[in-house]
Design a binder for this molecule. Structure first.
Ligand code: HEC
Length: 137
């Protein structure tokens, strides 16, 4: 039993193996999931926007960024009826939306990207606001 060893200092015969095992896991993970470990470097060069937090964020990210970036969703300002059509269209095209999640997903999208939201601001890769030339007109 583990608690029998309490107080017997650090010579547990398993600790070295556990350490090696944990290390092996990290190494394996970094090989199998290189994006997780390298993603930070390229983040600034290529802005990839995320879907907003919410109950459906994880499922929407899986179902809706398979074929295109989240940005195509972020820039929409649609009514609930339009989102319903959009989700059904994407599902017909192959988006993996569980029929149980359809309504929640439509609610999530309409709540975050409804017509009353301020317009989407497209990230610009080159021009900064401060570089506008005053004498251009
Ligand atoms: C099977 C691939 C696929 C999946 C999965 C998918 N889409 Fe799309 N989506 C497309 C294609 C193809 C287009 C149109 C081409 C383009 O504009 O890039 C598109 C375009 C869109 C547009 C732009 C408006 C339009 O109708 O063209 C929105 C909004 C959109 N998708 C939302 C979603 C949402 C929300 C989901 C998740 C439920 C989703 N997509 C999942 C393929 C997909």
């Amino acid at each position: 039993m583990w608690h029998d060893r309490q107080g017997s200092s650090f010579d547990c015969p398993f600790s070295a193996r556990l350490g090696a095992f944990a290390l092996a896991l990290v190494v394996a993970a970094s090989i199998l999931c290189p994006k997780t470990f390298q993603g930070q470097n390229s983040a600034s060069a290529k802005p990839i926007a995320d879907l907003p937090p919410g109950e459906m964020q994880a499922k929407a990210t899986i179902a809706c960024t398979e074929c295109h970036e989240a940005r195509i969703i972020l820039q929409q300002r649609l009514s609930k009826a339009a989102w319903t059509k959009e989700v059904d269209k994407m599902t017909k095209w192959g988006a993996l939306v569980d029929p149980k999640d359809r309504d929640a997903l439509i609610d999530y999208l309409s709540a975050n990207f409804g017509p009353d939201k301020p317009p989407y601001e497209a990230p610009r890769s080159t021009t900064k606001a401060s570089t506008h030339e005053s004498g251009a007109k």
